[in-house]
Design a protein around this ligand. Structure first.
Ligand code: F6R
Length: 609
């Protein structure tokens, strides 16, 4: 977590850093700070809280003036959010910003204290600043000092470093945590992610582990960990500045909900050839699929919920056993996997620490790995054996919506191909499913329009609830999980998702008239069963909100509010049903006056365990 930026160029550096940080706040917003070369010295401005606090502070006290510097937005790990613990941190001649965690910071701190150093903060980052300073004192060469420092560090880091003795020069290095180097006209950038710099340049280098970049008025130089110069390949982002702006929407979340039809189109359409999915450019060989024995889908949070939908679909149509695992559990439970198995890692950011570790574990056990990732060039994308990029574009709201939607669309593409390869569906069915998937962008658009009003109405019912339940069976249960997570993370209302048939084994005792129940019942084969479960909660006083198909006749004895979605191929309905679930969460959060895009305690890119 945390976002770091750096700039060397001709513009007002404070403005560039603050603007770039505004696109990285999704990575954390416990504090913000910048350090800029000013009149031969380094000026630091930092404060706890969101970036807006920093801009307010600089309005009152003045902003550092210069053309080169570094900046940071924090998700606190070591030390509470406070002014003192805010980045940048400094030694005598060195100031730096850090994204990641230094696991052995305690022993390094002891070493530095023994060497006469004192500390002002509780952070692991200040230890790095003092260590670079210490080695710079000894070696007197900034790059050698950085290399020597990183030899001592255990953990993950992306660092932006400036030295008093090297004005208007920014040094950067990374291990595990991501970092890109932006290449502009007469200016250069560092950033944790491309959206931070897209307003200035679309061209960038991806820094690899332990590579060091030096940005100065002479341009960009990159060295390997032996201080040998290296030549990097220039990459170009294929989206524009609108992708990182709100474009008139009040929040990124609602903008991103509305971007879903386009995101599906971008993800699915290029992969259809002759009416069938073709994943050969993703290195997926139908012959390999035919032989796959077990599939594990491993991910965290929303990404894991897309895997739940994938499991139901793959098991149903491809008759292949699929286990869905939370990455943080999978990696430590000594899972039984072997070379005939496929591990699918799903991740929007491609940097989630637990998902990455799970993938590495699977590889070490000889299994093949397939990554479904949104962030281009991210670590998970680079290390997987097979890779399907989702093309959602940058997702900025912390609560994931469009990334989930395209993860679902890829689950279908993959499931259809798996089923065809295994011979559990014939060509006609294969083409039929594919043609239905191609209809989803337009349908999702319609559903956004047709369900918004009802979602708003429902949210007024939820706004003062303390707790609620989401229930469903089969695919509807998988969706309930995501609906519940979405609501709780942005509205701060406690909610649980439950398999509808499981309620009576304990949880039903929670039901009171004060506890709304959102029931999802879109699968014909399970409809009556779910309705029975709904009646059980209704009989105990619950207010029921039901999501079902247009053709379902729902009496008042079943539900107090009914939200209908179009009749459509049932296996694909999750792509439609997730829309009102997103909208209900969104409007509830708005009505509660919450910060929808930056909910408390969260960050989007979870690069710590
Ligand atoms: C919730 C949300 C998270 C992420 C999870 C995994 O809205 O966004 O639950 O899905 O942190 O992140 P990625 O997909 O980046 O691995």
């Amino acid at each position: 977590m945390c976002g770091i930026v750096g700039y060397v160029g001709h513009r007002d550096c404070s403005d560039v850093l603050v603007n770039a940080l505004s696109h990285l706040e999704y990575r954390g917003y416990d504090s913000a700070g910048i350090a800029v070369f000013e009149n031969g010295d380094i000026s630091v401005a930092k404060t706890k809280g969101k970036l807006i606090n920093l801009t307010e502070k600089m309005k009152k006290e003045g902003k550092p003036k210069g053309i080169a510097g570094i900046g940071h937005t924090r998700w606190a790990t070591h030390g509470e959010p406070s002014d003192i613990n805010s980045h940048p941190h400094s030694g005598a001649k060195v100031t730096l910003v850090h994204n990641g965690i230094i696991e052995n910071y305690k022993e390094l701190k002891d070493f530095l204290i023994k060497n006469g150093r004192t500390f002002v903060s509780d952070t692991d980052t200040e230890v790095v600043a003092q260590l670079v300073d210490h080695y710079y004192d000894c070696i007197n060469d900034p790059i050698k000092a950085i290399i020597r420092t990183t030899q001592d560090l255990r953990g993950s880091f992306a660092l932006g470093i400036i030295f008093k003795d090297f004005p208007d020069t920014v040094f950067a290095i990374r291990r595990e945590s991501p970092l890109v180097i932006g290449v502009g006209e007469g200016e250069s950038f560092i950033a944790s992610d491309v959206p931070a710099i897209i307003e200035y340049t679309k061209n960038y280098y991806l820094l690899e582990h332990d590579e060091i970049a030096v940005l100065s008025k002479d341009g960009i130089k990159v060295y390997d960990s032996h201080y040998q110069p290296i030549v990097k390949t220039l990459k170009t982002a294929d989206w524009d500045v609108n992708a990182v702006g709100k474009c008139g929407y009040p929040h990124y979340m609602i903008k991103e909900i509305n971007e879903q039809p386009t995101a599906i189109k971008n993800t699915v359409t290029p992969r259809i050839k002759d009416g069938m999915p073709d994943l050969s450019e993703c290195n997926i060989d139908p012959d390999f699929l035919r032989k796959v024995k077990n599939i594990f889908i491993v991910a965290c949070g929303t990404a894991m919920h897309s895997g739940m939908v994938g499991k139901y679909v793959m098991e149903d149509i491809a008759r292949t056993p699929v286990t869905v695992d939370i990455a943080s559990e999978f990696r430590y439970r000594n899972p039984i996997i072997s070379s005939g198995d496929l591990i699918i890692i799903v991740s929007q950011s491609g940097e989630t620490a637990d998902s990455l570790a799970a993938m590495r574990l699977a590889k070490s056990k000889g299994a093949k790995t397939l990554a479904i990732v949104n962030a281009m060039g991210s670590t998970i994308a680079r290390e997987a054996d097979m890779l399907i990029y989702t093309h959602a574009g940058p997702e900025i709201s912390v609560a994931s919506t469009k990334a989930y939607m395209v993860q679902l669309s890829v689950m279908y593409l993959f499931a259809f191909q798996l089923a065809y390869a295994k011979g559990t569906i014939d060509e006609q069915k294969y083409k039929y499913y594919t043609s239905k998937l191609l209809e989803t962008p337009d349908l999702v658009k319609d559903v956004i329009e047709s369900t918004t009003e009802m979602a708003q109405k429902i949210s007024t019912q939820l706004v003062s609830a303390d707790s609620l339940l989401y229930i469903g069976r089969g695919l509807d249960y998988a969706l309930s999980m995501e609906g519940s997570l979405k609501l709780k993370e942005i509205s701060y209302i406690h909610s649980e998702s439950y398999a509808a048939g499981e309620l009576k084994h304990g949880t039903i005792s929670l039901i009171t008239p004060e506890m709304p129940v959102i029931a999802v019942a879109t699968q014909s084969a399970l409809y009556e069963k779910t309705v029975s479960n709904i009646k059980e909660v209704k009989a105990r006083g619950a207010k029921v909100i039901m999501i079902c198909k247009e053709s379902d006749n729902v009496g008042e004895d079943v539900a107090d509010f009914v939200l209908k979605i179009p009749n459509f191929e049932e296996i694909l309905l999750p792509m439609l049903v997730c829309v009102p679930l997103q909208l209900i969460a969104y409007y509830t959060s708005v009505q509660r006056g919450n910060d929808v895009d930056q909910p408390r305690n969260l960050a989007k890119s979870v690069t710590v365990e």
